[in-house]
Each structure stands twice: as structure tokens, then as C-alpha cells.
Design a protein around this ligand. Structure first.
Ligand code: GLN
Length: 487
């Protein structure tokens, strides 16, 4: 019989409904796997007591015939989401012992759909990073090769799902943090259209970009979770879209015959590693065999998305992070003189290097005298990037290309080189800046047998189309079913 941890969310939910297994047994199984593989660094906080209590409550709901779609399915949350029953740290010393009085909307929505929380997952500090090396607490290791990074900032989420420590996890994506770690760990992840998922209770990094989304093994599982996560939240998130909740599983099996896939030539330039390129090319060929048509398109400002993002995101971060002053939240320096000194020491001790770098860049680009030259220019180019996508979507239904220029790199290889990290975001940033939905689908293996993800980008609110295209691909391939050795 298939082991519990090898079941997809859809299969596990069916077993739970059929009472083949209880929610408590399932939770125990995954808690045990989590502690057996603790060295991977996926989890920051677990609590057997909390998880088992939630699982027992799910069993009661199951017994009463409750038909919630995820009833009894254990999932884990990126530690960017606040939770009342676990600490919420955003991977930062600043929030080391912070406890939220409430649950983030994404967490609450998944709980009402029946999910049980396995714990909180490691991530780069305040979601700033691409390797999980910026976590203030510990690194996370890629289960395909523990000498390599899992990607970031949702590194712990990707590790937990790839190593079968959780059937699915939540992540957040500001500039690629769901798609890139999903790609590096060989799993599936989707960032919805900006505004589809409530940001309430997501510890803010760059508010005009931050979005929540699921990371799981299959597109079908992502559809199940996304249906629970999304929905309007006008009272608590002013940028929430007024779109009704949607069942994203409905169109999964639709034919993709005649689907027009736009292939942006700027995604296949010099910077793309040949091993990644051949996996992507093969995936595109397979799509043709499945009936899709490839259309060459252009996203001419792709490279500009790097300077634009690395102005706008730090600008917003510098403002968002001003609340961490030692008075209102979390850490306060032990020794200080006057009030100003307390602020300074608290922030000097509480934040890590990358976060400080971004606060400085952000403060600089927003300062009088530089605002017009940097921030305002960046905003204008951001609009042009969004316009380029609208031009492209006149010719195609979805856009496909690589998620990242290379496979996961070695731990430490780029940790002293912030610019090298920033450049590697080139293919995920455009969709983020435009607010478009994007996903990563396992499509092969590259150098050192590391996973490669295909990125699919859709127009606004076209999540169902992306999930449909991904699901049809997964019916024809087994990349998403392979698992790292030893797990
Ligand atoms: N790697 C990007 C950054 O460091 C994206 C992070 C994210 O999406 N949270 O900002």
C-alpha cells in the first residue's frame, strides 16, 4: 500500500472521508516524519499538542459527515503568516518570540476548509531572499542534494513538500518566492493574481507585490488549496479583488487543444543555462504534442524588471519595517541609553544584513531629491511592464518559460553576493510587477540531476487556465511524482 506521505492531498482527503485513516493518525505520521528529518531545516515551530488537538477536532467533523474539502489534511504554513497557536517570526530575530492574537486570513480559510496545521516553516527573513540562507534561525537544505539551497524565500515550504514532511504548504510570493523554490525542489506552486488572496495576517514585505499561494506536489492539489485560500476580503485587505471565490479544480481536465502558448524570446537569452533550456524546450515540445500551439512573443522590458523590483520592493519594505522599533513588536535591545539609542540598537541587533541592506536602499530611493529619479521612474516602468503583458496576451492564452536561469546552487556559493541573487530573479519578477498569476510546474532535471520548473504565466484572474495547462502536462509526465532519494 502507498505510504501516507506519498499520497497527494486529493488522495489523502478521499481516504480521510472514507474513514480509511483518521486525521489523528495522519497528523501523527507527518509529525513523526518531520522530527525524523528535522536536519533538513524545514520547520521553525512544531507543537504536537496543537496539531493533535486540531486533528481530533477534524475527526469529529468527519464523524458528523462534514464535507469540507480538506477535512483532516495536514498542511504547514510559511512563518510569514501569523498564527495564534504557534509563534510567528517571519524568519527574523526581531520577532523571535512573537505570538499573534489572530490567524492570517489564508490560514483561517484553510482551517475552515478542514486543514490541520503541522507547524510553521522556515523562510528568508521577512521573505527577502532566494536561498533561505537569510533566515535568522537556520538554513534549509534541498532534499535532492543537501549541499544545495532549496530556493527562497519560501524554502522551508518547498523542502517540507518535496521531502514528504507535509502533503502541502503555504508560501508567499513577492518576486518569485513560491515559484522559484518550487522549481528548485521539484514541486508545484502557484502565486495567484495580486489581490485574489487576502494579505491580512501576512507579515508585510512589499505590500503592492505580496501574495499568498499554495505549494504542493500536483496542480490538482494546488487547485484544491487555492480554492480555499482565495476570496474577497474587503474589510481587512483594501487591495483585495472583488472576485467571487472560485472552484479551481473544475476546469482541470479541460482539453488544451488549440491553447496558444506564448514563448517570450527574452526568457531564452544568454543568461539561461543550457541544462535548464533543454528541459524547458522539451516541455514546450510536449505541449505541442498535447495540442497546444507555440507563439513567439516579446516581453521587451524583462531585464528592466530587476532594477524596477529592487527599487520598489525595498522602498515598500523600508516603510513596512519601520514598525519594528522595539516598542510595539518583538525584540528590544537589552542595553541602551536614550529612546533614539534604543531604536538604533534594537534595529541593529534585530535585523539581519539583507534586511538592513533593503531598508537602506528603500530609504534612499524614497528620500527627497532621489524620489523622482528612482522611485517614480521605477513606477513608470512598472506600468510599461504590465502593458507589455497585455500586448502579449493579444497573441496567446498563457505564457511559458523558465522559472529561474539555473538549477539550485550550492549553499554559500552566492551568499556574499546580493547582486547575483537579485539577477537570478529575472524571470519571476515581471509577472510579480504586473500582478499576474504565475506558477511553477516540474518539467525535468538539469545539471547534477537537480529539478527544473516550467513557469506558466496567465492573464489577470486566469489561475484556472494555468492549473488546467499544468494538470494536462502532469497527466502526460511523471516529473512531479519523482522523489528525492531517502524520503
Ligand atoms: N528573491 C526575491 C527577493 O529577494 C523575491 C522574494 C519574494 O518573493 N518574497 O526579494
Amino acid at each position: 500500500m502507498t505510504q501516507l506521505h506519498d499520497l497527494t492531498v486529493a488522495q489523502l482527503a478521499a481516504r480521510l472521508r472514507a474513514k480509511d485513516v483518521s486525521a489523528v493518525e495522519t497528523a501523527r505520521h507527518f509529525l513523526a516524519r518531520g522530527s525524523k528529518h528535522a536536519a533538513l531545516g524545514a520547520y521553525l515551530h512544531v507543537s504536537e499538542e496543537v496539531t493533535l488537538a486540531q486533528a481530533a477536532a477534524a475527526d469529529q467533523r468527519l464523524a458528523s459527515g462534514d464535507a469540507a474539502p480538506l477535512l483532516g489534511v495536514p498542511i504547514a504554513h510559511k512563518d510569514i503568516f501569523v498564527t495564534k497557536d504557534f509563534p510567528s517570526t517571519a524568519g527574523s530575530k526581531m520577532l523571535e518570540n512573537y505570538r499573534s492574537p489572530f490567524d492570517a486570513t489564508a490560514v483561517a480559510n484553510l482551517a475552515s476548509a478542514g486543514a490541520v496545521t503541522l507547524g510553521k516553516l522556515n523562510c528568508d527573513e521577512f521573505a527577502m531572499g532566494s536561498s533561505n540562507e537569510n533566515s535568522a534561525f537556520k538554513p534549509a537544505f534541498n532534499p535532492w542534494d543537501s549541499a544545495r539551497i532549496p530556493g527562497g524565500s519560501s524554502g522551508g515550504s518547498a523542502v517540507a513538500v518535496a521531502a514528504r514532511l507535509a502533503p502541502a504548504a503555504t508560501g508567499t510570493d513577492t518576486g518569485g518566492s513560491i515559484r522559484q523554490p518550487a522549481s528548485f525542489c521539484g514541486i508545484t506552486g502557484i502565486k495567484p493574481t495580486y489581490g485574489r488572496a487576502s494579505r491580512y495576517g501576512m507579515i508585510a514585505f512589499a505590500s503592492s507585490l505580496d501574495q499568498a499561494g499554495p505549494m504542493a506536489r500536483t496542480a490538482e492539489d494546488c487547485a484544491l488549496l487555492l480554492s480555499a485560500i482565495c476570496g474577497p476580503d474587503p474589510d481587512r485587505d483594501s487591495t483585495s479583488l472583488d472576485l467571487p471565490a472560485e472552484d479551481f479544480t473544475r476546469g482541470l481536465n479541460d482539453s488544451i487543444d488549440g491553447l496558444r502558448i506564448g514563448v517570450p524570446k527574452e526568457f531564452f537569452g544568454e543568461g539561461l543555462a543550457p541544462d535548464v533550456r533543454s528541459a524547458i524546450d522539451a516541455a514546450l515540445k510536449l505541449y505541442q504534442q498535447l495540442g497546444a500551439k507555440l507563439v513567439e512573443i516579446s516581453l521587451p522590458r524583462t531585464e528592466l524588471s530587476i532594477p524596477v523590483y529592487y527599487i520598489i520592493a525595498p522602498a515598500e519594505a523600508s516603510s513596512n519595517l519601520s514598525r519594528f522599533d522595539g516598542v510595539k513588536f518583538g525584540y528590544r535591545a537589552k542595553q541602551y541609553g536614550d529612546l533614539m539609542d534604543m531604536y538604533k540598537k534594537t534595529r541593529a541587533e534585530g535585523f539581519g544584513d539583507e534586511v538592513k541592506r533593503r531598508i537602506m536602499i528603500g530609504t534612499y530611493v524614497l528620500s527627497h531629491g532621489y524620489y523622482d529619479a528612482y522611485y517614480l521612474q521605477a513606477q513608470k516602468i512598472r506600468r510599461l511592464i504590465a502593458d507589455d503583458f497585455q500586448q502579449a496576451f493579444k497573441q496567446c492564452d498563457v505564457i511559458a518559460g523558465p522559472v529561474a536561469p539555473t538549477v539550485a546552487w550550492k549553499i554559500g556559493e552566492r551568499s556574499d553576493d546580493p547582486v547575483a541573487n537579485y539577477l537570478a530573479d529575472v524571470f519571476t519578477l515581471p509577472a510579480s510587477l504586473a500582478g499576474l498569476p504565475g506558477m511553477s510546474v516540474p518539467c525535468g532535471f538539469g545539471a547534477a540531476q537537480m529539478p527544473v520548473g516550467l513557469q506558466l504565466i496567465g492573464n489577470y484572474a486566469a489561475e484556472a487556465k494555468l492549473l488546467n495547462a499544468a494538470h494536462r502536462f502532469q497527466l502526460a509526465t511523471d516529473f512531479h511524482l519523482r522523489k528525492p532519494e531517502g524520503f
